[in-house]
Design a protein around this ligand. Structure first.
Ligand code: NAD
Length: 498
């Protein structure tokens, strides 16, 4: 299978062949011929050429193109979700949710296509007018991670498209098939959109490993690189893009915490914790990894969670009733084992964990989600993101102490507090509360809606994508001053009479 395409044109790529395996049973689903850095250059050149046309298409017509993509995604929702499950190992419900996110962001982008507003600004000079305009930026590179194989692309691409940018997508080498399927869907829309003057190269895809991502990050013609993945990858991409003074939008690892106060509704909290910590088999950037619980209820909460985690059905993600599918690969299972070993060595008491062998498909890596009582927050393993379902439990006595523990990790993506005390809730949301990009009250850390700006601080990278005014990153702002008087007054009252 070809590993690169510019619109409807598939390229004969020359990179190494990638065997794509299903995490469900390790079976090879397909082999894709990866791209080389030279292929990346061809794709980027074509994208830059297409940009010259696409930037001149009126934004609402670009929105109409995205509306049609949304319609196609609606029609393909079941099939695409099934492919997400096959390739990324998510349970069907979560895969359907992921495709729904793509549809939602299409709707959002369509509305946005008529709202790319600039400001009009009062000029200090008589007979002058100042205004801002937002213009398309150019080809946008999108590097995505395996765990949201399609939604992250849509968050970026649909906004970029209405903003007048073209898009070059480098999906995870673990999940290229879903990317190729999405690309095919957009190709069908291009074929059916002759009335909109859509250039073929408005979307492109290049399959490959880190080297292909690196080549994209190095491309001078790509003014913005949006990269989703580990903090390690983000550092490499940020450095490469900064070296050429490009713009990067980074969505990196999280180490998300929740404070559980004594006044909280515990029934609600346990349900929220379970979805946030064990859902997607702990493989969400927003997965709950640290529970900071008031010491007066700590024992009770740990007992409840240990019971619920022990009951969760682990298995084939396509089966009804299964809530925890496989880890992506064996390396992920080994990373989980290593983290649990380190936690035990630091005095942690582990409930659950371990590989599940019975009632699961052969060839996949299935694990029991773990609750780990930790004596304190000092163990280095708590500060790292292990991409697996491990929930560390820490105790606290005062809210100040809880917030200090909460913020004392390198990452800053998502956070939550469960409390019925409005003072505690507001303190958590205040400047002296959570230091994350996302802070919730009485809901878990995962499962964000597309309407808000999504992203996090510190080692999570600082980027924001999807809703709110995240679109501004995909455009360039010009400030225009127009003189309609017969004089030439200078700003700040400067006199310069030659
Ligand atoms: P990863 O970092 O291994 O790979 C992500 C992508 O980056 C892949 O496409 C990969 O090929 C590419 N890549 C890797 N090194 C690169 C380099 N040096 N230059 C250019 N591209 C490079 O991540 P993963 O294992 O696929 O995904 C899991 C990670 O992603 C976790 O850390 C998770 O928290 C994070 N993530 C973050 C968000 C977010 O929005 N903050 C969303 C999803 C996943």
């Amino acid at each position: 299978m070809a590993g690169a395409a510019v619109g409807r044109q598939w390229l004969d790529t020359r990179g190494p062949a990638l065997a794509v395996r299903s995490p469900i049973d390790g079976r090879v689903l397909a082999t894709v011929r990866g791209a080389t850095p030279a292929d990346v250059k061809r794709v980027v050149d074509a994208s830059a050429e297409a940009f010259k046309t696409w930037r001149t298409v009126p934004a609402p017509r670009r929105g109409e193109f995205v509306r049609r993509i949304g319609e196609k995604l609606r029609a393909a929702k079941g099939d695409l979700a099934a492919l997400v499950t096959l390739e990324a190992g998510k349970i069907t419900q979560e895969s359907l949710g992921e495709v729904q996110e793509m549809i939602d962001v299409c709707d959002f982008a369509v509305g946005l296509s008529r709202q790319l507003y600039g400001l009009t600004i009062a000029s200090e000079r008589p007979g002058h007018r100042m205004m801002e305009q937002w213009h398309p930026l150019g080809p946008v590179g999108v590097i995505s991670a395996f765990n949201f194989p399609v939604a992250v692309w849509a968050w970026n691409a649909m906004l970029a498209l209405v903003c007048g940018d073209t898009v070059v997508w480098k999906p995870s080498e673990k999940t290229p098939l879903t990317a190729l399927a999405c690309h095919r869907i957009v190709c069908d829309v291009i074929s059916e959109s002759k009335d909109l003057n859509v250039p073929d190269g408005v979307v492109a895809v290049v399959v490959g490993d880190a080297g292909v991502g690196q080549a994209l990050a190095e491309s001078e013609q790509v003014p913005l690189v949006s990269a989703t993945g580990s903090t390690r990858m983000g550092r490499a991409v940020a450095t490469t893009v900064a070296r050429r003074l490009g713009r990067s939008l980074l969505e990196l690892g999280g180490n998300n915490g929740m404070i559980l106060a004594p006044s909280a509704d515990l029934e609600l909290a346990v349900r929220a914790i379970t979805f946030a910590a064990a859902g997607t088999c702990g493989q969400r950037c927003t997965t709950l990894r640290r529970l900071i619980v008031h010491n007066s209820i700590r024992r009770d909460v740990v007992d409840r969670l240990a019971k619920v985690f022990a009951r969760l059905r682990v298995g084939d993600p396509r089966q009804d009733g299964v809530l925890v599918g496989p880890l992506v690969d064996e390396a992920a299972g080994e990373a989980m084992d290593r983290a649990l070993k380190a936690a035990r060595a630091a005095g942690g008491v582990v409930h659950g964990g371990g590989w599940v062998m019975d009632g699961v498909p052969d060839g996949g890596v299935y694990v029991r989600p773990a609750v780990v009582e930790m004596p304190d927050a000092a163990a280095p393993v708590i500060r790292e993101e292990t991409f697996a379902p491990i929930l560390y439990v820490l105790g606290y006595d005062t809210l100040d102490q809880a917030i200090a523990i909460h913020n004392d990790v390198p990452q800053g993506l998502s956070s939550a507090i469960f409390t019925s005390d409005v003072r505690e809730a507001e303190t958590f949301l205040s400047p002296s509360g959570s230091d994350c990009g996302i802070a919730n009250v009485n809901i878990g850390t995962s499962g964000a809606e597309i309407g808000g700006a999504f992203g996090g601080e510190k080692a999570t990278g600082g980027g924001r994508e999807s809703g709110s005014d995240a679109w501004k990153t995909y455009m360039r702002r010009t400030t225009n001053t127009v003189n309609y008087s017969r004089d030439l007054p200078l700003a700040q009252g400067i006199r310069f009479d030659a």
